[in-house]
Design a binder for this molecule. Structure first.
Ligand code: GLN
Length: 236
């Protein structure tokens, strides 16, 4: 198995280091043809408009969209989540190009600017069901996006409570209400849809490799499915 890591901008080195800690081989992706030989792909956190400009410059969008359609696993962290979303709001004027594939609307800077970055423990049943393991995951949120709505095929893996005075009234803006003594509401911060995984936070910036292990498990499973389908095609 070789995991490709989109290496245009952002925290690609940190993803590569996390994969190395798990003994998984990876390759930096900067050109379309490099995608042909990888088992799965990680789109790292960073700055999504800059990453999109570089991807456009290198004519990578068509190849990235084709890769998503192959059914091979793709994991987007933070800016990578924005890349994978079908719909994004809270963008700079004119927006930016997206890879898409993930049936959700993402708010690009839902949690605010750099100084509003934070760490928080989140509940992720899929990661924490192992006996004796910790029951939460420490998420690192940096200028973090959040998922505002998801389509029927999207599985929500984690959400995070926010004060409900930060309520969304329209798909283009987060508005703050005057009254602040309102109960909490939750926004989605990790999702899965078939071969696509996306997290609003940065597992590559922690020493905890559970999300990388989860993605490698997805890669193994999808690789095995693909090889059993192709061998049954040969037999029939
Ligand atoms: N909100 C950022 C963006 O639009 C993403 C931040 C991140 O990846 N840490 O690109």
């Amino acid at each position: 198995m070789t995991v490709g890591v989109l290496a245009l901008q952002g925290s690609f080195n940190e993803h590569i280091a996390a994969l190395r800690r798990l003994g998984v081989q990876s390759v930096e992706i900067r050109k379309a043809d490099q995608l042909l030989s990888v088992s799965s792909l990680i789109i790292p956190g960073g700055e999504s408009t800059t990453m999109a400009k570089l991807a456009e410059y290198h004519n990578l969008f068509p190849a990235l969209r084709d890769f998503v359609k192959t059914g091979k696993p793709v994991w987007g962290t933070c800016a990578g989540l924005i890349f994978l979303a079908d719909r994004a709001v809270g963008q700079k004027e004119g927006g930016q190009e997206l890879v898409g594939g993930l049936d959700c609307t993402v708010h690009r800077n839902f949690f605010g600017s750099q100084i509003q970055s934070f760490e928080a423990d989140i509940l992720v049943p899929q990661l924490t069901s192992k006996e004796g393991g910790p029951d939460t995951y420490r998420g690192v949120f940096i200028r973090a996006p959040a998922v505002l709505d998801v389509g029927p095929d999207v599985e929500v893996l984690a959400d995070y409570p926010v004060p409900s005075n930060k309520v969304l009234y329209s798909s283009s803006t987060v508005q703050i209400q005057e009254e602040d003594a309102l109960p909490e509401t939750k926004v989605i911060v990790a999702v899965k849809q078939g071969n696509l995984l996306a997290t609003a936070f940065h597992p590559e910036l922690t020493a905890d490799t559970r999300w990388h292990s989860y993605f490698i498990k997805m890669t193994n499973e999808i690789e095995q499915e693909a090889s059993s389908t192709s061998s049954s095609t040969i037999v029939s």
